[in-house]
Design a protein around this ligand. Structure first.
Ligand SMILES: [Zn+2]
Length: 391
C-alpha cells in the first residue's frame, strides 16, 4: 500500500468525494421514491482499491457497477476529471472508454462521455482523436456548443483557418456572438497568408470578411488601409486609418507613420495638421507628440515645432512632454549638448516608461512584438501598444 504521506492531497479525498456524490444522487432518488438510501457493497470494495492505490481493480469495479445502475455515472465523470487534472490521463481514458464500450450506455449520457474522452485526448495532445470525438458528438447533438468550441480550438492550434472559420461561423449563426472576434481573426490570418503570396484580391476579400464578423477589428482595418495604400488610393487609406483611431485609440501610434505618408501623398498638410491637433485633444502618446512636432517642422518651420513642444509642456507639464522636447532637440544639437540630452532622455525613459512596447490587457503579458493572439493567455486582439495615456 502507498504511504499516505506520499499521496497527493487530492487522492486522499477522492473516495470521499465519490462517496458524497453517490450519496447525493441516491438521496435525491430515495426522497423521490420514499425509499431508504442503499449503496452497493461493490462500491465500497472499489473505494477500498482506490485508497490502496490499486486503480486498475477500482476502475474495473466501477465500470461494471455502472452498467447495472447508470445513476452512478456522475461519480465516474468526477473520477475521470480528477485523474485528468492530476495528469493521469491513461486512467481517465480507461474510465471513459469503459463507459463508451457499454452497450447499455443510455443515449442521454453518450454525448457527455464522448466530450469527456475528447478532453482526455486533448490533454494527451492527441488532437486527431479528440477532433474525431467532438465530431461524433455533433452526430448525436448537432447544436452542441461545447463540441464546436473545442473543434474551433483544435483547428486554431493546427492553423487550419478554413476549418476554424466553418465551425466558427456555424456557432456564430447559432447565437454565440463572442465567436465573431475569433472568426474575424481567422480571416485576418488568411489575409496575412494572401499578403505574403502577393494575392491582393484575397487580401481584400478576407479583410472585409474579418470586418464583417468583428466591426471593430483593428487588424482588418490595417489590412484594408495598407491595401488601399498599395493601390495608391490614399484618400480611402486615410478613411480606414482614421477609423482605427476612432475605434481603438491605443493603436493610433502603430499606424501614424502610414497616415502621415498618405496625407503627404495627397498634398494636404493643413488637413493633416488640423487632424493631428484634433486627435491630440482626445488622447496623447509619446510617438504622436514627437511625430506631430516633426510634421510641424516639415510643413511649417523648426521654430514652430519647438514652440509647439514648449507650449505643450506648459499646458501639460509631464515627463513625456519633456521627453519629446529632448528627443527633438537631440536632432539639432552639437556633440557636447547631444551627450547631455541623451543622458537626460534615458533617465526620463527609466522614470516613466516600461521597456515593453505592447501589453496584453487580459493577462498582462509584455512584449516588443505586436501579437494578435496572446502567446501567454491565448486571447485574440488583447495585446495592445503601451506608452499611451489620456491627457
Ligand atoms: Zn494575454
Amino acid at each position: 500500500m502507498t504511504n499516505l504521506s506520499e499521496m497527493p492531497t487530492w487522492l486522499l479525498f477522492t473516495p470521499f468525494i465519490l462517496l458524497a456524490l453517490l450519496w447525493i444522487s441516491r438521496r435525491g432518488r430515495s426522497v423521490k421514491h420514499n425509499k431508504p438510501i442503499k449503496l452497493p457493497p461493490e462500491y465500497f470494495t472499489g473505494l477500498n482499491y482506490l485508497l490502496n492505490d490499486e486503480h486498475g481493480k477500482a476502475l474495473d469495479i466501477f465500470v461494471k457497477l455502472v452498467e447495472t445502475d447508470w445513476d452512478l455515472v456522475d461519480t465516474h465523470f468526477a473520477l475521470g476529471k480528477i485523474f485528468r487534472k492530476n495528469g493521469e490521463i491513461d486512467k481517465a481514458i480507461k474510465i471513459h472508454q469503459g463507459l463508451i464500450a457499454r452497450p447499455s450506455l443510455p443515449d442521454e449520457y453518450r454525448s457527455k462521455v464522448l466530450l469527456e474522452l475528447g478532453y482526455d485526448y486533448l490533454a494527451a495532445g492527441w488532437f486527431d482523436r479528440a477532433e474525431g470525438l467532438f465530431k461524433e458528438v455533433l452526430i448525436h447533438d448537432s447544436k452542441s456548443e461545447e463540441a464546436k468550441r473545442n473543434l474551433i480550438l483544435i483547428f486554431q492550434q493546427e492553423k487550419d483557418w478554413h476549418k476554424a472559420i466553418d465551425v466558427g461561423v456555424d456557432l456564430f449563426l447559432q447565437g454565440a456572438s463572442d465567436v465573431g472576434i475569433m472568426v474575424s481573426q481567422y480571416y485576418c490570418e488568411l489575409a496575412d497568408i494572401a499578403k505574403t503570396k502577393g494575392d491582393v484580391s484575397q487580401v481584400a476579400y478576407n479583410s472585409k470578411q474579418a470586418l464583417h464578423y468583428d466591426k471593430g477589428s483593428i487588424r482588418a482595418l490595417i489590412f484594408l488601409a495598407d491595401h488601399e495604400m498599395d493601390k495608391q488610393n490614399y484618400k480611402q487609406a486615410v478613411h480606414f486609418f482614421e477609423q482605427i483611431e476612432k475605434r481603438d485609440a491605443e493603436f493610433f501610434p502603430v499606424i501614424l507613420d502610414k497616415l502621415i505618408e498618405c496625407y503627404h501623398r495627397l498634398g494636404d498638410p493643413n488637413k493633416l495638421l488640423s487632424y493631428l491637433a484634433e486627435v491630440e485633444s482626445r488622447h496623447q502618446s509619446l510617438a504622436m507628440i514627437e511625430k506631430h512636432a516633426m510634421v510641424i517642422e516639415r510643413y511649417q518651420s523648426k521654430d514652430a515645432a519647438i514652440a509647439y513642444l514648449t507650449d505643450r509642456i506648459r499646458k501639460y507639464p509631464d515627463i513625456r512632454g519633456m521627453h519629446s522636447l529632448i528627443s527633438y532637440k537631440t536632432n539639432q544639437s552639437d556633440a557636447g549638448e547631444l551627450t547631455l540630452l541623451l543622458d537626460l532622455k534615458s533617465a526620463l525613459v527609466k522614470m516613466q516608461m516600461d521597456d515593453s512596447e505592447y501589453q496584453c490587457h487580459h493577462c498582462g503579458f509584455q512584449s516588443n512584438t505586436l501579437y494578435w493572439l496572446c502567446p501567454s493567455c491565448q486571447s485574440w486582439a488583447e495585446v495592445k501598444p503601451t506608452m499611451i495615456e489620456a491627457a
